[in-house]
Write a new protein. Structure first.
Lengths: 313, 481
């Protein structure tokens, strides 16, 4: 397929995934922000939403005050924030329009429909109710697009490239969420169940739709190291780093097979996957959660660059 | 003879008696409620927006993507009428091809004095780069859109030939799909010639046009200027239906006079380029050096015979409005046949007497720039103010060669569903002709364009015109006795 088409599909998938993640972060933050201080509700919640989304520098450069209204506006609707939800949807549509022929009707209609509805949301009020509706809408759109791709796309390089984009982005998102919250996940000495951070942990789990999953996997009350274990090392958890890499490796392998050659991208992805497979959560904490996540984010970025070099010349 | 005739409606004729091809539609219209048509109109708009069938309007800020208005009532042409038209279209495109091969070759028609040579050689659309060059299979125009109008019961006139990169075929195809979803009952009353095989025929034409050196499985691509082009929707639509790559200039490169596209598996050789990019932008080395849309070295590969461009470079000289006036002579010269389709009578302003006549009658004529398109730069005399006429007269006197004039034709009307009910609106027709080494074909129907404003004659989509589905139907005798 055309390199430009592959590039567009790769980024299209990333933008849709990012929009979904931003919606989840905002939902989790809104929930935390309503907690009384005695339950761990802290003023820094909106700052950490900005950090997880990677938009903090742009936000501060714009000289805005950190509060719910401003952060919601900036992350969801702002045309000035290059990775606001509205810009993700718009960029996704620009990419989709350029590669219309590589998309199925379902995928195109999901994106184009979202783009058309976005206009109505932009003009609506910013009442809490409207924002709730908007965030649900974004998650639905992302699910419809993803489902459309899964159900209707031919299993060829177009599909594999977009899947690689999706899982790279998802891994990056999960890693950033962990990176911002790592301090509340550090094993602490307080009595189990009495932690002020309890609601922070649930917020993290909710952001990745894993609140219920946690209990099914561990059959235990919330423990910070298990939250980290779930999001990093559990292959059955679809947003964990290892699950994302399993999919990255799989889709890159199919690409390699269909092109008849493996390259640096495949090798690097397998290396990262191997590290995750052999890691234990004890080791991760022993060597430092923060460093682990930082080096994962760097590895993940490196893979993005390798994919570009190898295929998108 | 053309300007002063009674108004001809394709459903109601001149005398209000329903013409045979429209009998079922007329009856159906009396049976449906106005609210029904209104709801279908709304549904059509929704469908088009969902599918994303839009076009970009140059220079319009707030609405860079607009819908072309769609009318839900079909335009109906009887098979016998169509058969006549089809023959005339094929004859015309055949002549256009022979004409172009001659102009860039021996120039017999110029030597014979049938067409003035300065009209060819001084024409901005003439490409000196092509002089003395042969193109694969000697075919220049693979895809032609011939604009047709009718003014009465018995015949069609050619308004304009489009031999460069005619557009609109995607609307023809989508209109049909939408119609089948919107009005299945009305469909059920008729036997309508299908058009869905157009993409297959186009692909077959492109493949057959590949250079002789290409393998048994030639690679075709569609070259688009990109998504900001007004016809981008059509480009992506066609590439998808054809199952070929939709490429931009930056996706192609030329090495040793061979064209390649950049793919994830490395360079892949390209044999046929269905290009929707104007000559000027094709190759910055040969034409406009500032073009970022083209492919450096493409003309070299073309001249080396390693790639087919559809349409060929330099076809614009044949669809120029000044050359148009010579088409009947061109047909006679190459084919030794009488033209089956009439030309609209035209005054060539380059000729002194004609110019005098035109200047004296500006208020009744339509005056067009010979190189203009899309309805820009023309004067519609009866609808112009005195000041506009005076201004135009000055332009005309200044550079008469640049203009032709035609009578304001009583363009036929068709019933259109509007807010106030069903009303007649002026229409034209753009059938699409495919021409390859294995012969010619015309998809039954074409794009009917409608001037959506009452009494307006301007059907161009850039000027607010709309479209209709066009039905070629069986079971109807040509006309009533």
């Amino acid at each position: 397929m055309l390199s430009r088409t592959a590039d567009n599909l790769f980024w299209l998938a990333r933008y849709m995934e990012r929009a979904d993640f931003l919606a989840r972060i905002l939902q989790a933050s809104r929930r935390l922000a309503t907690l009384p201080r005695a339950y761990g509700g802290v003023e820094t919640e909106w700052e950490s939403a900005l950090l997880s989304s990677g938009a903090a520098p742009a936000f501060h450069a714009a000289g805005l005050t950190v509060d719910e209204a401003n952060v919601t506006q900036f992350l969801a609707f702002s045309p000035d924030n290059p990775s606001s939800i509205r810009n993700c949807i718009e960029l996704a549509r620009v990419n989709a329009r350029a590669v219309r022929t590589a998309l199925t009707v379902e995928m195109w209609e999901a994106i184009n429909g979202a783009f058309l509805e976005l206009k109505a949301f932009e003009q609506a009020s910013r009442s809490a109710e409207e924002v709730t509706r908007f965030l649900d809408f974004v998650k639905q759109v992302s699910a419809a697009y993803d489902g459309g791709a899964h159900r209707t796309m031919l299993r060829n390089d177009a599909y594999w490239f977009s899947r690689v984009g999706l899982y790279l982005e998802r891994a990056d998102n999960t890693a950033r969420l962990l990176d911002v919250k790592y301090h509340v996940l550090l094993p602490e000495t307080e009595a189990v169940g009495g932690s002020l951070d309890y609601f922070q942990w649930t917020a993290i789990l909710r952001a990745v739709s894993a609140h219920t999953a946690y209990h099914w996997v561990y059959r235990d009350s919330l423990k910070p190291w298990l939250v980290a274990d779930l999001l990093i090392l559990r292959p059955e958890m679809p947003r964990s780093l290892i699950a994302c890499y399993e999919s990255v490796v799989q889709n890159l392998d199919r690409l390699g097979k269909s092109h008849g050659k493996q390259g640096p991208a495949q090798r690097h992805a397998r290396t990262v996957f191997g590290q995750l497979e052999h890691a234990t959560i004890e080791n991760v904490f022993h060597n430092g959660l923060h460093d682990f996540i930082q080096s994962f984010i760097a590895d993940n970025q490196r893979l993005g660059a390798l994919v570009s070099e190898q295929y998108l010349f | 003879m053309l300007s002063k005739v009674a108004k001809f409606d394709e459903m109601d004729g001149v005398d209000g008696v329903t013409r045979v091809p429209y009998e079922k539609l007329a009856k159906w219209l009396t049976s449906v409620e106005p609210e029904f048509l209104a709801s279908r109109r709304a549904q059509a708009e929704l469908l088009f927006r969902r599918i994303g069938i839009t076009f970009a309007v140059y220079g319009s800020q707030e609405a860079t993507e607009r819908l072309i208005p769609f009318d839900i009532l079909p335009r109906i042409i009887a098979r016998a009428e169509w058969a006549q038209l089809e023959k005339g279209l094929i004859q015309r495109v055949k002549a256009l091809n022979l004409f172009l091969a001659d102009l860039y070759g021996p120039g017999e028609i110029l030597k014979a004095g049938v067409v003035p040579s300065e009209l060819v050689y001084r024409n901005p659309a003439f490409r000196p780069e092509m002089a003395g060059r042969r193109v694969p299979h000697d075919i220049f125009v693979h895809i032609a859109g011939i604009d047709i109008i009718r003014t009465d019961d018995d015949g069609f006139y050619v308004l304009e030939d489009n031999a460069r990169t005619p557009s609109g075929v995607s609307y023809m195809l989508e209109n049909r799909e939408v119609m089948m979803r919107l009005l299945p009952d009305l469909f059920g009353l008729h036997r309508v010639a299908p058009i869905e095989n157009y993409p297959d025929q186009l692909l077959a034409t492109l493949r057959s046009a590949a250079p002789r050196g290409a393998g048994a499985d030639p690679v075709s691509v569609l070259l688009t200027p990109g998504q900001y082009n007004s016809a981008f929707y059509e480009h992506s639509f066609l590439a998808d239906k054809l199952g070929i790559e939709l490429v931009e200039g930056r996706d192609l490169f030329v090495k040793d006079d061979v064209v390649f596209m950049r793919t994830t598996e490395g360079p892949r050789r390209v044999d046929v380029i269905y290009r929707r990019l104007d000559d000027d932008f094709l190759d910055p080395l040969a034409f406009r050096p500032d073009s970022a849309l083209g492919v450096a070295g493409l003309m070299g590969a073309y001249h080396a015979g390693n790639v087919t461009l559809a349409n060929a470079v330099g076809t614009g000289v044949a669809d120029d409005k000044a050359i148009y006036t010579y088409m009947p002579e061109v047909i006679r010269f190459y084919l030794g046949e009488e033209p089956l389709l009439k030309n609209v009578p035209t005054w060539r302003c380059r000729e002194k007497e004609a110019l005098r006549y035109v200047l004296d009658h500006l208020g009744e004529l339509v005056v067009k720039e010979v190189n203009g398109s899309g309805g820009y730069g023309m004067l519609v005399g009866p609808h112009a103010t005195k000041a506009q006429i005076a201004e135009f007269a000055a332009k005309l006197a200044d550079n008469p060669t640049n203009f032709i004039a035609q009578p304001t034709l009583a363009l036929s009307t068709c019933p259109v569903s509007v807010a106030s009910g069903v009303a007649p609106r002026h229409v034209d027709l753009r059938p699409f002709v495919l021409y390859g080494p294995n012969g010619a074909s015309v998809v039954p129907g074409g794009l009917t364009r409608v001037a959506m404003t009452e009494n307006s004659l301007v059907v161009n989509s850039s000027q607010g015109g709309g479209t209709k589905d066009t039905w070629i139907i069986d079971d109807a005798p040509l006309a009533r006795a």
